[in-house]
Ligand binder design. Structure first.
Ligand code: FAD
Length: 312
């Protein structure tokens, strides 16, 4: 039986559970899943993993990658994991290389797909700014370590497991070189990857981008954008969909004035229904949509808001 460790990152617990899908694509069902938690919400993931290793010492500076790396390495020496998965978030991207270097294993960053080559694992990731996909094959028997893009793998197993919880007390904690002077909690805004409805705007609605809020609110969803809008400064990068943005999987995606270039479509993962509004019905996005509205996106948004309000 293989052993796979998933690092549980605070506020990203749902995406960490999705890494169980990555694990299954690597080893099939022949694997025991471990989650490692320092300060994350283990209640939210109870029943998903075979085992949760909880390190809950208040004196551990959970923001110091060097300290966490020391503890992770200690736990890895004890369990000898076959695979370690970390989310490719800001924090995960700092932690993963430090940890890989510490335990002397390789790391493949930003994995978006798992393949198999003969009996070896192939980790697939975008390379050269996403212009091509690189397949990296692990030819050794060493621990496989990778950071995985959130939202690419979706774990849909409903069955609850009888999760074993181990309260782990580290044998040694490295002294931290970071001195915390003050602490300010950043308010957590909802992530577009968690929304079932996304109303997304592109170059065709750039001048009126703000009116999208009204439609997103009425549909109980969130606003998203193409890179064209983000680069123009009209939207924050946190709501960009696509290869260099976020990978989303809403039930409904409304694409307003978005052309549908490959790099944008790369961010759409198993979207259930799509409505595209475009002045050019030959735009690539239209071939993916269930409904195409040929016309001006701003007019469409204004009219549909008016109609929703009228029929309420
Ligand atoms: C390495 C790399 C990474 C990238 N990553 C991303 C990424 O993560 N996400 C992303 O989105 N892009 C990304 N891009 C950019 C991508 O290639 C496109 O340039 C971008 O997606 C275009 O955005 P758009 O479709 O909104 O705008 P445009 O290309 O300007 O298209 C506008 C669309 O709106 C239509 N239109 C025009 N006027 C109207 C109107 N009044 N009403 C309705 N429709 C109208 C047009 O017919 C057209 O289809 C990346 C590019 C590179 C090179």
């Amino acid at each position: 039986m293989k052993k796979c460790l998933i690092f549980l990152e605070k506020n990203y617990e749902k995406f960490c559970v999705d890494l169980l899908k990555t694990m299954e694509e690597i080893f099939g069902k022949n694997c025991t899943s471990y989650a490692l938690s320092f300060d994350s919400d283990t209640e939210a993931v109870n029943g998903r993993f075979d085992k949760i290793i909880k390190v809950s010492d208040e004196n551990i500076p959970v923001y110091d990658v060097s300290v966490l790396t020391g503890i992770l390495s200690e736990i890895h020496r004890k369990y000898q994991f076959d695979c370690i998965l970390v989310l490719a978030t800001y924090f995960g991207r700092m932690l993963a290389p430090a940890f890989a270097a510490n335990v002397g294993t390789g790391l493949v960053a930003d994995v978006t797909k798992i393949g198999h080559y003969k009996d070896k694992i192939e980790m697939i990731r975008p390379a050269f700014s996403g212009k091509l996909l690189a397949g990296i094959i692990n030819t050794t028997e060493e621990t496989v370590m990778m950071s995985v893009r959130p939202g690419v793998f979706l774990y849909e197993e409903d069955r609850n497991k009888d999760t074993e919880i181990e309260n782990y007390i580290p044998e040694a904690i490295r002294p931290s070189k970071i001195e915390r002077i003050s602490r300010k909690e950043k308010p957590r805004s909802k992530d577009i990857r968690e929304s079932e409805v996304l109303v997304s705007g592109g170059g065709g609605i750039l001048e009126d981008f703000d009116i999208i809020d009204g439609l997103a609110d009425r549909l109980g969803g969130m606003k998203a954008a193409s890179r064209r809008v983000v680069d123009s400064g009209k939207a924050d990068r946190s709501i960009q969909v696509g290869q260099s943005g976020k990978i989303v999987h809403p039930k409904l995606y409304v694409a307003l004035g978005i052309c549908g270039m490959l790099q944008h479509v790369a961010g759409l993962n198993r979207v259930k229904h799509m409505i595209a509004v475009n002045t050019n019905k030959e735009a690539p996005i239209c071939s993916l949509a269930d409904i195409v509205v040929e016309g001006d996106a701003s007019t469409f948004v204004k009219n549909i808001i008016e109609r929703i309000d009228r029929e309420k």
